[in-house]
Design a protein around this ligand. Structure first.
Ligand SMILES: NC(=O)CC[C@H](N)C(=O)O
Length: 366
């Protein structure tokens, strides 16, 4: 058993036991409260560049299987757990979490007080940290100085968006999926509804997207600060009013920015599986899967063409928007779940209905 350190930028040091890859790593430490779904979480590209702390105390108990990935390769910088299950037990398990992380060169640390770490993040906000071997040469002050000197990542989306377009065929509505770092659950939900999907890179020009004559456009989730994704915001601005649009998480934020709203960084983010969200039109509350560090500023919506449709019951922040003139709606949470509750899965049906209704209108005008 090798010893490993998690060194936070404020100088706090957690000593634990190493698992996964041997490499040293650094990133923003965030926490997620989901009790299951670690495989989907670690392969969600929205976590690009982050070290994930799991607040549920036992992680790895059902292993890693071939079905539950949300991307081909994980882009996280590390995992922090209270206790790693060494012997997974599940009929779907193909390998242990430890074996998987070694194969993907991702380091982990176990045996630390994840409750204490989470309290630090809750009071100070997301912090940057180093994961490194606990050998005699380690100088904590040097590590902290390196962390503080490292410029923030600003090209998250470029790193996880595909380099070229690819189809995921179906016989239903034609959807162009603008991929900012998509969770595959979104594509699965569209294909389940027979959509003929073309997945395109984040920087595909609006003109080219419209030249495919889509019935609708899907804006995916993705990592980082939405304000960094200027090309995406510009493209969305050009698409508004042309075809129905449905946006999820980063897609929701970019759409709001394209309409003139502002985003801000939440103190410690919403990451987990049971975040209550109220639909203001129906009064219904749904339990939602969430993973976001930024949100849309409600006050900045004044004077825009946007209307708030959903709010988070934990902190009152904006969780859903609708365009007042055009067939566009977006949510900050994850209706595709994976992992998490499927209460909001009906939003994909609403997207199909919106595309159908819009296609009907187009015919009437023809
Ligand atoms: N899951 C997402 O799309 C996250 C959006 C954005 N990167 C945020 O952290 O707020």
């Amino acid at each position: 058993m090798k010893s490993r350190l998690l060194v936070l930028e404020d100088g706090t040091v957690f000593q634990g036991i190493a698992f996964g890859s041997d490499k040293a790593s650094q990133g923003e430490v965030v926490f997620t409260t989901g009790m299951t779904g670690y495989q989907e979480t670690l392969s969600d590209p929205s976590f690009y560049g982050q070290i994930i702390t799991f607040t549920y105390p036992l992680i790895g108990n059902y292993g890693i299987n071939r079905d539950d990935f949300e991307s081909v390769s994980p882009s996280i910088r590390g995992m922090v757990v209270r206790e790693l299950a060494k012997e997974p037990s599940n009929f779907r398990s193909d390998m242990s979490l430890n074996e998987y992380l070694i194969s993907k060169d991702i380091p982990g640390i176990e045996g630390i007080d994840t409750r204490k770490l989470t309290k630090i993040i809750r009071s100070k906000g997301a912090v940057r940290a180093f994961l490194t071997e606990a050998d005699a040469d380690v100088n904590v002050n040097d590590l902290v100085a390196t962390l503080l000197a490292t410029p923030p990542i600003t090209n998250h989306v470029k790193e996880v968006s595909p380099k070229a377009a690819y189809p995921s065929p179906g016989r239903g509505k034609r959807v162009v999926l603008l991929d900012f770092g998509m969770k595959h659950g979104i594509l699965r939900e569209l294909n389940k509804r027979h959509c003929d999907v073309l997945v395109v890179p984040y920087n595909t020009p609006a003109e080219q997207i419209l030249a495919w004559y889509p019935d609708g456009i899907m804006l995916s989730n993705g990592p980082g600060d939405p304000q960094d994704v200027t090309e995406g915001i510009e493209t969305i601005r050009e698409l508004i009013g042309k075809v129905p649009i449905f946006g999820i998480c980063l897609g929701h934020q970019l759409f709001a920015l394209a309409c003139g709203a502002k985003s801000f960084k939440l103190p410690f983010g919403h990451r987990g599986a049971n975040h209550p969200v109220k639909d203001l039109r129906t009064g219904r509350t749904e339990l939602t899967s969430q993973n976001h560090g930024y949100a849309i500023d409600a006050e900045s919506l004044e004077g825009t063409d946007l209307e708030v449709t959903h709010v988070a019951l934990n902190d009152g922040t904006v969780e859903g928007l609708r365009h007042k003139k055009y067939p566009i709606f977006t949510v900050q949470y994850h209706p595709e779940a994976s992992p998490g509750p499927e209460d909001s899965n009906h939003l994909f049906d609403e997207f199909i209905e919106l595309m159908e209704a819009h296609a009907g209108k187009e015919k009437q005008h023809a």
